[in-house]
Design a protein around this ligand. Structure first.
Ligand code: DX5
Ligand code: ZN
Length: 232
């Protein structure tokens, strides 16, 4: 299938950075070529882990120049629309699973927009059919396809999830498709070939010896895979 040329966005996940030096880590990954900064918010309910609250997002926003790509892995995104928007989220993404209906998802989308976030995203877990978001596709700027189960960094990429990205593009979706989890030098080309244009990587970037070379090579691999797909 022919795909259009889309700008590749690399969004390193700060979950894998050194939290004792988060401001320096933010600037280090920006200097290495990050386009967005992925911020993983976990609430101890939707996922067992507990991470980054609005005050820390605000602190990261103060240290950053790149847009914050905030991934809410939380049960009640409606309640936290205001705090995370005000803290500086540029992209604000919520999960389908705790809502479970297009009506509830629409309410969240509306709340995020009212709070003034630049881009609204919806995400699906590896065991959720991507078709559930079909009715709200024309209302979101981004679909985040989880390629691991949310909760922690450093897990292995689940290749079956590529099918969801392909389905989104085959259905004509023109917004951002982001893939998150287990993205690295071995998997990034498949993500881009399937139609993903935003690639999140945590451990592969923060664990790299040469962060800049890693981001540069990820971008090149993604571009090349996209071009090859376009050539058919
Ligand atoms: C998983 C998070 C991911 C994670 C990615 O719950 O949503 O953003 O930090 O980490 P890696 O790239 O190490 O799989
Ligand atoms: Zn994430």
């Amino acid at each position: 299938m022919k795909t259009m040329t889309r700008q590749i966005t690399i969004s390193p996940s700060l979950l894998s950075c050194d939290f004792t030096r988060i401001g320096e880590e933010t600037r280090r990954v920006e200097a290495a070529g990050a386009d967005w900064l992925h911020v993983d918010v976990m609430d101890g309910h939707f996922v067992p882990n507990l991470t980054i609250g609005p005050p820390l997002v605000k602190a990261i926003h103060g240290a950053a120049t790149a847009p914050l790509d905030v991934h809410l892995m939380i049960t009640n995104p409606l309640e936290f629309a205001g705090p995370y928007a005000k803290a500086g989220a540029h992209v604000l993404t919520f999960h389908w699973e705790p809502l479970g209906s297009a009506v509830a998802a629409r309410e969240v989308i509306r709340a995020f927009r009212e709070e003034g976030v630049a881009k609204v995203g919806i995400s699906v877990n590896p065991d959720t059919d991507v078709q559930v978001v079909e009715d709200v596709l024309d209302e979101v700027d981004l679909v985040l396809v989880m390629s691991v189960f949310p909760g922690s960094g450093g897990q292995s990429f689940i290749a079956d999830t590529l099918e969801k990205t392909r389905w989104l593009r085959a259905s004509g979706y023109q917004g951002h498709v982001e893939m998150d989890g287990g993205v690295n030098g071995d998997t990034i080309a498949d993500c881009a070939a399937a139609g993903a244009d935003v690639l999140v990587a945590g451990s592969a970037i923060f664990g790299a010896e040469d962060m800049q070379a890693t981001i540069t090579s990820f971008r090149a691999l993604a571009r090349e895979a996209q071009e090859q797909e376009n050539r058919g």
